[in-house]
Design a protein around this ligand. Structure first.
Ligand SMILES: NC(=O)c1ccc[n+]([C@@H]2O[C@H](COP(=O)([O-])OP(=O)(O)OC[C@H]3O[C@@H](n4cnc5c(N)ncnc54)[C@H](OP(=O)(O)O)[C@@H]3O)[C@@H](O)[C@H]2O)c1
Length: 322
């Protein structure tokens, strides 16, 4: 009889992590998801192979305990802006050191990691991208010591519970007339969460993927402005995009980063100065354009779609073809 394999999903309660948790659980893995706020993530418990528990994973002793008995760790912990100065280093670099040490001490041989497209310790255009790059370099250095590492660098990721399309859709619904958009010409290749997760799951037992860093992009390249126009079109909102020049974009970032919620920061502005697209041709299939156009049709109209999102906020819905 096959023994059930065990995986620890750090950041498994997040947007990408939840989808990955279900995908691995469906393939027979016993998945452990630690979270600071497990009560918010109970939707994970519908799957019998998923265990959700409260844990402070930044406590190194607790992290080591969680690693005991696991065959694989996946790290998805990441932040887009700092609450406290030094958070990027804490979560993207120091935390990774702790994860690698815990894996080595507990005999774990396989580690998957989600980085970000454009992550580069030396040339990343923002602190976010440089810290992501430094953490990823660290992982791959340790990878030479018997821990088999594969990392993924996705462009912006979309799906039902994303913080990208949903956030813009939520803000755009509040506007009439013109919406002032910073960095409107920045290029992105949005990738569907199901496609990213599929690539990650396929890599698990693929020896070819050891020590590799994969860029992951969707099939289309859009400017940020085009993406907002697609959202507006799909939700039939009475608003038009007004692109801001460099100076006003920076000013918007400087103002918003000091407001609660930090909708947009100077570091986000700097990240958007680099095109977030993949250089080569191996792109994922799912089209953002089709996804956005398909949603209102799938749920009848916008009001039905909003109520669907409210009533069924868990993954495993019709559009997630994992
Ligand atoms: N979404 C995208 O478009 C995108 C694009 C490129 C790269 N990425 C990368 O992909 C990874 C996953 O992204 P996501 O969108 O799924 O993120 P997310 O929804 O924000 O989830 C982040 C996860 O990290 C955990 N976490 C955050 N801060 C933590 C802290 N201080 N201590 C402990 N745990 C913490 C959260 O757990 P709890 O709150 O439950 O404790 C949560 O499970 C990140 O590394 C991100 O940088 C994402």
């Amino acid at each position: 009889m096959n023994k059930q394999r065990k995986v620890l999903l750090l950041g498994g309660s997040g947007f990408i992590g939840k989808q990955l948790a279900f995908a691995l659980a469906n393939r027979g893995w016993q998945v452990t998801v630690p979270s600071r706020r497990p009560h918010r993530n109970r939707s994970l418990l519908v799957h019998p192979n998923i265990r959700l528990l409260e844990a402070n994973i930044t406590d190194e002793t607790r992290l080591r305990e969680l690693c005991e008995g696991q065959q694989m760790v996946v790290n998805l912990v990441g932040i887009l802006h700092e609450r406290r100065k030094g958070d990027f280093r804490r979560y993207h670099v120091d935390f990774i050191k702790a994860v690698v040490e815990a894996c080595c001490e507990t005999g774990i041989k396989r580690l998957l990691h989600v980085s970000a497209l454009g992550a580069d310790q030396a040339t990343g255009s923002s602190l976010y991208l440089r810290s992501k790059g430094e953490g990823e370099n660290l992982l791959h250095t340790f990878g030479q010591r018997g821990l088999q590492v594969t990392s993924f660098q996705p462009s912006v990721v979309f799906g039902k519970e994303d913080d990208f399309i949903n956030r813009f859709a939520g803000i755009l619904k509040l506007f009439f007339g013109y919406f002032p958009l910073a960095c409107a010409d920045s290029k992105l290749a949005p990738v569907y969460v199901g496609d990213l997760v599929e690539r990650m799951v396929n890599a698990v037992d693929d020896r070819e993927s050891h020590a590799k860093r994969y860029t992951v992009c969707g099939p289309e390249v859009f400017t940020l402005r085009q993406i907002l126009e697609l959202i507006i079109d799909s939700l039939q909102l009475p608003v038009r995009v007004m692109p801001l020049g460099k100076g006003l974009s920076r000013m918007q970032a400087l103002i918003l980063q000091n407001l609660p919620g930090k909708l947009f920061t100077m570091d986000n502005y700097r990240s958007l100065q680099t095109d977030n697209v993949c250089p080569d041709g191996d792109h994922c299939e799912t089209s953002l354009r089709q996804y956005l156009h398909g949603l209102p049709a799938m749920f009848g109209n916008k009001r039905n779609y909003d109520s669907f999102r409210k009533d069924y906020p868990q993954p495993g819905n019709p559009e997630d073809h994992l």
